[in-house]
Write a protein that binds this ligand. Structure first.
Ligand code: NAD
Ligand code: MG
Length: 392
């Protein structure tokens, strides 16, 4: 029996994880679930999966959840310390890190420090603190398995010996595929008018709102480049982004002998989730088998930095190093939130991120405190840029 904590259980990844777990009741047991504010949904999940613990975002939400779960033996708590507890408890083996944004960093790191098997969906955690996170994984002998579909595909396309001896693997390029999102072919001049509803309507994937907007700006791919850098120890020039609108090939590895290995599948996150849950075995995920003959043509082309400036900004942050990716990530989180609340336009997202990056120095990422300081400072700077846009 694998005992599992799901951080962000009510989100898109959390719900898909519970869907896979429900297909294998004899193999997995839910130890703890967390949600920020969707208390009713979390209560329903608790009734169904009977965790020992449930964590929410505020005392009010905790009181409400306790009321909804009266009579059930679920210990309810709230806040970051409680999230870190359920991520590091001796009563759990595996942690699904599926909180969105910087809020997921502390509990994911707590899981790493406790030597857990971590299924990492929360890419922002790795973008912010890549070196520190990977060091914690190594030092505490944690197991890190990527859930992001591209990174899961790359992991599957690399030899099992890769972590031990990356040089011997002969990797020439990591080919990170990108759908290009909903605005791949929309006239660039009209991007100023994009609404949150249009931005959240991804052609191939159904996801949370923040990652959907990131996919529309391609900041998501930029964050994934940084994520791939840390997960696979790959320098920026070894990682190439390839637009592939059909999202059938989830990423590829190109080798020095000319071979290219890829992982294919229907665009459904239950495949990487099932892969990581059962690794190195395989279990059913509920995803239909890929029907190659009904698929039509697969296309590939180069990304356009004029249409997608956020992708370039992320490459720049990776090359700058230190806390620059934390700066980028925080500015982006504030800008996306402002866009979703209709305080700024779609094209203002890249303007806010660029200005925050241009006008704020970054430093060395010595420790988590330095990363969190940069995060706080970048959020403040981004709020000011947003306020300036809103006033004008
Ligand atoms: P979502 O918005 O659907 O869900 C987010 C979850 O995080 C919810 O359970 C919410 O309660 C919780 N949460 C939000 N703010 C929080 C806070 N301040 N403190 C604690 N918990 C908080 O997001 P999602 O689409 O499931 O994405 C989750 C993560 O997985 C993101 O980092 C995203 O980039 C990554 N990811 C998602 C997909 C996908 O298909 N959805 C694919 C690849 C990677
Ligand atoms: Mg992805």
């Amino acid at each position: 029996m694998q005992r599992i904590t799901i951080l962000g259980a009510t989100g898109s990844i959390g719900v898909s994880t519970l869907d896979v777990l429900a297909r294998h009741p004899g193999q997995y047991q839910v130890y703890a679930l967390s949600a920020h504010s969707r208390v009713e949904e979390l209560a329903e999940q608790c009734r169904r999966f009977r965790p020992q613990r449930a964590v929410v975002g505020s005392p009010q939400a905790a009181a409400e959840l306790s009321r909804l779960l009266a009579g059930l033996p679920v210990e309810v708590s709230h806040g970051e310390a409680a999230l870190c507890e359920i991520a590091s408890s001796p009563d759990t083996d595996t942690v699904m890190a599926a909180i969105v944004g910087a809020a997921g960093l502390a509990p994911a790191l707590a899981a790493a420090r406790a030597g857990k098997k971590i299924l990492l969906a929360n890419k922002e955690a790795l973008v912010m603190s890549g070196q520190l996170f990977m060091d914690a994984v190594r030092e505490h002998k944690a197991t890190l398995l990527p859930i992001d579909s591209e990174h899961n595909a790359i992991f599957q396309s690399l030899p099992g010996t890769y972590a031990r001896d990356p040089a011997a693997a002969g990797v020439a390029k990591i080919l990170l595929t990108a759908s290009g999102g909903p605005f791949l072919t929309r006239a660039v001049e009209t991007l100023e008018e994009v609404t949150p509803e249009e931005a959240c309507k991804h052609p191939n994937w159904s996801m949370g709102r923040k990652i959907s907007v990131d996919s529309a700006t391609m900041m998501n791919k930029g964050l994934e480049v940084i994520e791939a850098h840390w997960l696979f120890g790959a320098p920026a020039d070894l990682i190439e982004v390839v637009i592939h609108p059909q999202s059938v090939i989830h990423s590829m590895v190109s080798y020095t002998d000319g071979s290219v290995l890829a992982q294919l599948g229907n665009p459904d996150m239950r495949t990487p989730i099932a892969h990581a849950l059962a690794y190195p075995e395989r279990i059913a995920s509920g995803v239909a088998q890929l029907d190659l003959t009904s698929m039509g043509a697969l296309q590939f082309h180069k990304p356009d930095y004029v249409r997608f400036p956020c992708l370039k900004l992320a490459f720049d942050a990776l090359c700058a190093g230190g806390t620059a990716p934390a700066l980028l990530n925080a500015a982006n989180e504030i800008a996306v939130e402002a866009f979703l609340e209709r305080r700024i336009g779609f094209r203002d997202i890249d303007r806010v991120v660029r200005r925050v990056m241009d006008e704020n120095a970054h430093g060395a990422a010595h420790d988590i405190a330095a990363v969190m300081d940069q995060d706080t400072q970048a959020r403040r700077a981004a709020q000011q840029v947003v306020a300036g846009i809103t006033r004008s």
